[in-house]
Ligand binder design. Structure first.
Ligand code: DAH
Length: 359
């Protein structure tokens, strides 16, 4: 029976001009003494018919629901729409590479807060309130004493204080830093640094040089040389700017290194006695070295990126050259029927990010 047929039956039986209405009219026309018996019979008939109708209606509704559920069923096991493959961000790749190099030399990876106290960011790094070095590192202040850190150097003091005077301390600290700066091809108000710090007995400038040389060779290739130029940082004494031989020309001089053969990649020096003291160490007993490098600069050199803003575009096309670095199969291979488990390591494809610059 269809729902339409059942509706027709309902009208025929229970409608205004239906069978039951007709019998109701008959009831009213009967002499009073005949009405009770007729009325009882009529009520019994109505109840039976209503029950039968209700039962059939429920059965039809249940069947209709079943049919709808079956028709609208979704197979959640069907393969989904293919999405373009993701990729690691070039800055993450560089940070991880740097971490691996230093961890293999016995360093620990530390972290510090982006929102920092003035005293960690400046005071304890030997940059008092009236120090001219503050001008180069103007920042975003949350209160008079709280700011977005202008460098990762405050983590030096935080980590020293955690040691309670014990040695050796060997850490690197990657993280975001902020400065009041005009954004252009080589400047950004937010960028990324990796800080390094070693504190121990008898730590010397030659240890710093050897460490940075090893680091530069591992990051830029075996033939890489470094040079230290005298410089000034309030938290190191002596201080140096560190250059590496140009990645693009091998030191011969080219457009990338502006003909000099060298690229400046980091600042470094021997930890200032005042900073050691702020960190709870006795500068008569221990010494240390520190360095700070700009991750964007290194990524720009390694991947041949000429505008720092590329890193923050949030545009998937920037990541495309790095997609091959993912452990998963590239989408094209997956579509061509390579089983889901068939992974292609970047070494096998030879298409790692180092071989391909940004578009
Ligand atoms: N904090 C410095 C900056 O942001 C970089 C730096 C220089 C860090 C020398 C160091 C260092 O640890 O020894 O400009």
């Amino acid at each position: 029976m269809t729902p339409e047929a059942l509706e027709a039956v309902r009208v025929q039986l229970f409608g205004k001009k239906g069978e039951l209405a007709r019998f109701q009219a008959v009831l009213r026309s009967l002499p009073p003494e005949a009405r009770p018996a007729f009325g009882q019979a009529l009520n019994a008939a109505r109840s039976a018919l209503e029950a039968a109708y209700g039962e059939r209606k429920a059965a039809l509704e249940a069947a209709a629901l079943e049919a709808r559920l079956a028709a609208e069923a979704i197979d959640v096991t069907l393969p989904g729409e293919p999405l373009a493959p993701g990729a690691r961000h070039p800055l993450s790749l560089i940070i991880e590479e740097i971490e691996e190099i230093f961890v293999s030399m016995g360093y620990r990876v530390a972290e510090g807060p982006d929102v920092e106290w003035d005293r960690y960011n400046f005071e304890m790094l030997n940059i008092p309130k009236d120090h001219p070095a503050r001008e180069m590192q103007d920042s975003f202040y949350l209160t008079e004493e709280m700011l977005l850190r202008t460098h990762t150097s405050p983590v030096q003091v935080r980590e020293m204080l955690k040691m309670g005077g014990k040695t050796p301390l060997k850490i690197i600290c990657p993280g975001n830093v902020y400065r009041r700066d005009t954004d252009d091809a080589t400047h950004s108000h937010m960028f990324t640094q990796v800080e390094g710090l070693v504190v121990g007995e008898g730590v010397r400038m030659s240890d710093l040089k050897g460490t940075l040389e090893t680091f530069a060779r591992r990051l830029f290739g075996e033939g890489t040389k470094i040079r230290l130029r005298p410089s000034y940082f309030p938290f190191t004494e002596p201080s140096a700017e560190v250059d590496v031989t140009c990645h693009a020309c091998g030191g011969a001089g080219c457009r990338v290194c502006k003909g000099t053969g060298w690229l400046e990649v980091l600042g470094a020096g021997m930890v200032h006695p005042k900073v050691l003291e702020a960190g709870g160490y006795d500068p008569e007993r221990v010494s240390g070295f520190a360095f700070g490098l700009g991750v964007e600069r290194i990524a720009m050199i390694k991947f041949g990126v000429d505008d720092i803003r590329q890193f923050y575009l949030n545009d998937a096309r920037v990541l495309r050259p790095f997609a091959a670095d993912l452990a998963g199969p590239p989408l094209a291979t997956a579509e061509a029927g390579v089983p889901a488990g068939g992974r292609t390591a970047p070494e096998e494809t030879g298409a790692g990010p180092a071989a391909s610059g940004l578009e």
